[in-house]
Design a binder for this molecule. Sequence first.
Ligand code: ATP
Length: 248
Amino acid sequence: TAAETLLEINNIEVIYNHVILVLKGVSLSVPKGGITALLGGNGAGKSTTLKSISGLLKSERGEITKGSVVYRGENLAGKDPADLVKTGVIQVMEGRHCFEHLTVEENLLTGSYTRTDGRGAIAADLDMVYEYFPRLKTRRKSQAGYTSGGEQQMVAIGRAMMARPETILLDEPSMGLAPQLVEQIFEIVKRLNEEQGVTFLLAEQNTNVALKYAHTGYILENGRVVMDGSAKALRENPDVAEFYLGMS
Ligand code: ATP
């Protein structure tokens, strides 16, 4: 039986600054409980697609001019990021975006600001985050700006987990990280998916690693989906191998 579709994007067009057409009719569907990869080169439109879902588009003068974004049957148009977090969707932005002057633990706690279920539940989730990222527990009193790139990526994901999301939109988790760290981050994504039931839509230029961990994938080129399928089918597709598998 096919998994329930949690998120569906239907033929969206996105324009920045009223003139720059960046997404030219993108459709995709994200099954509940899956890891879906959004692949493609620099400037293909991956980040824009994620921002179209999370509500972050508006703050960059972007606008969905056609099509719809539907989550659990509800149109997300016009919602802002804080509404989206309450709906269960949170984006981890490219480049980590920690609060550099706050400690690791303070950064994690900022992720829980929309919650109303009390300090006990939040403390339990902080322990949960430290269980997935033991490194962050060691560094919890350190100022985030002085931690490594890998640690900051862990903070960014941990902070998202503190909102108890149903779906995480993860933008370019591998960016700037050594291969071994990239694998470590993806192993944790896999565990959060399997053990906490978090649904992931992740944008990646590193096709190799993304297709190793994702269940399904979409390839974007110049604002359009040019290919999609199961991760296995994409890995075995000669065009994908030729044009994307060498990239990282
Ligand atoms: P990258 O990995 O480089 O972020 P991407 O696939 O995520 O690539 P996007 O960031 O979505 O691509 O960018 C798609 C296109 O939209 C690019 O041509 C980019 O220059 C343009 N673009 C992105 N943000 C803006 C903006 N705020 N204003 C104008 N154009 C933008």
